[in-house]
Design a protein around this ligand. Structure first.
Ligand SMILES: NC(=O)c1ccc[n+]([C@@H]2O[C@H](COP(=O)([O-])OP(=O)(O)OC[C@H]3O[C@@H](n4cnc5c(N)ncnc54)[C@H](O)[C@@H]3O)[C@@H](O)[C@H]2O)c1
Length: 251
């Protein structure tokens, strides 16, 4: 039996290099930078430049549906030594509405951003991980159960889970671990925008956001903590898995 490494070395991410895309990504960037990782944040929204600057990360304007832009962002993130970590957060979650009136264009766009671009990002990252690495894809608890009015989103996130498992099997021999996180409702600008119509109709959306056994609103940092586990050597023997972080909503 191997001697177990010291706990601080298992936690340590110092000197590693990471690519992080969008959204909850800002909280992930903050934690990775805190851990001594050189982080590149790639986002369509150039407001991310100020966030990256504040957090001590590099910003690259990038539409994740454009493989060339993704490749350029991954090059920046990898530098000369190669990439160690890729966190695929960027995604869209417009409400599908009744499936009987969802257009093909709507469904295609959902799959384009939430599935095809995540595949491309995983490929661009894996191609720049000569020393092995860790990829984390943001799925959703919507991947694990259905829900009226969110069928296109559910389908896209279920595809992320399947892709994660398949990539884990394929990339394991190269020392690349691939896992997904399935967040419950997390208080982000995207969620606030989605729930705003409920607020306008008098529904207490903050109560909705905190509707889980722990009774508290999920915050981006709750997801970032899960990312830190999965990308660190704490999870050295974990691949192809989905970590549900939802305050027990699906318990
Ligand atoms: N917030 C939640 O409750 C929740 C729950 C489950 C899963 N998720 C998933 O977590 C991820 C992040 O969600 P969020 O709540 O932070 O969303 P958000 O809407 O607040 O942020 C999404 C980010 O993705 C970026 N983005 C969108 N399209 C892009 C593109 N084509 N190229 C580059 N960047 C693009 C946006 O600019 C934005 O920064 C998404 O994949 C989402 O599906 C979120």
């Amino acid at each position: 039996m191997d001697t177990a490494p010291a706990l601080d070395s298992v936690f340590s991410l110092a000197g590693r290099r990471a690519l992080v895309t969008g959204g909850i990504g800002a909280a992930v960037v903050a934690r990775l930078v805190e851990a001594g990782v050189a982080v590149t944040l790639a986002d369509l929204d150039t407001d991310g430049a100020a966030t990256a600057d504040r957090l001590g990360a590099t910003f690259v304007a990038c539409d994740v549906t454009d493989a060339a832009q993704l490749g350029a962002a991954a090059d920046t993130a990898a530098g000369d030594s190669g990439l160690d970590i890729c966190v695929n957060n960027a995604g869209i979650f417009p409400t599908t509405g009744p499936m009987q009136s969802a257009s093909d264009d709507f469904v295609a766009r959902m799959l384009e951003v939430n599935v095809r671009a995540v595949f491309s990002a995983a490929r661009e990252a894996a191609n720049r991980m000569p020393n092995g690495g860790s990829i984390v894809n943001m799925a959703s608890i919507a991947a694990l159960g259905g829900g009226a009015g969110i069928s296109a989103y559910s389908a896209s996130k279920a595809a992320v889970v399947s892709m994660t498992r398949a990539h884990a099997i394929e990339l394991g021999p190269q020392g690349i671990r691939v896992n997904a996180i399935a967040p419950g409702v997390i208080d982000t600008p995207g969620v606030q925008a989605q729930l705003e119509p409920l607020r306008a109709s008098g529904i207490d959306i903050d109560k909705r956001i905190a509707a889980n056994p722990l009774g508290m609103a999920g915050q981006p940092d709750h997801i970032a903590r899960g990312v830190m586990f999965l990308v660190s050597d704490l999870a050295a023997f974990v691949t192809g898995q989905v970590l549900v972080i939802d305050g027990g909503a699906t318990a």
